[in-house]
Ligand binder design. Structure first.
Ligand code: ZN
Length: 136
């Protein structure tokens, strides 16, 4: 049985990380937990927990990445939502069986041991959806 547990994070693409952080942490009072450089993703990210979920701010660090092109086209905007799932492999299999268009057919592993994959916006009614399975 496929199971989505909660919204892990909502990701926002920003042009200026310091300005965005100033809004989220100084103006709204949401506490920043960490900032991480992800050279392989061509991005710098900041995480701000809100209850059981987090806001992820993403700043592209190169000019020609997919993220940078998205930012150039859409401006600073909501980029994706991430759902924590119980069994990411089972979830991807289930989605394939239902012919849902995926960006990643098998999970990748992130810096905190999380396994993740993206569902294509065409398969999710216009929204980029990330799936996460967190390490125990
Ligand atoms: Zn994400």
């Amino acid at each position: 049985m496929l199971k989505v547990k909660r919204i892990d994070h909502i990701a926002i693409l920003v042009e200026d990380l310091d300005e965005a952080l100033s809004f989220w942490s100084d103006t709204l009072g949401v506490e920043l937990t960490f900032v991480e450089d992800l050279p392989e993703e061509h991005a710098k990210v900041a995480f701000l927990p809100v209850g059981e979920s987090e806001v992820e701010l993403i700043k592209p660090t190169t000019e020609d990445s997919g993220l940078a092109k998205y930012l150039a086209k859409h401006g600073p905007s909501l980029h994706h939502i991430c759902l924590e799932v119980e069994d990411i492999e089972g979830m991807l299999e289930g989605l394939k069986e239902q012919s849902v268009q995926l960006i990643n057919k098998t999970p990748l592993t992130g810096s905190r041991g999380e396994r993740y994959a993206f569902i294509h916006p065409k398969g999710a009614h216009g929204v980029l959806v990330e799936l996460y399975e967190l390490p125990e």
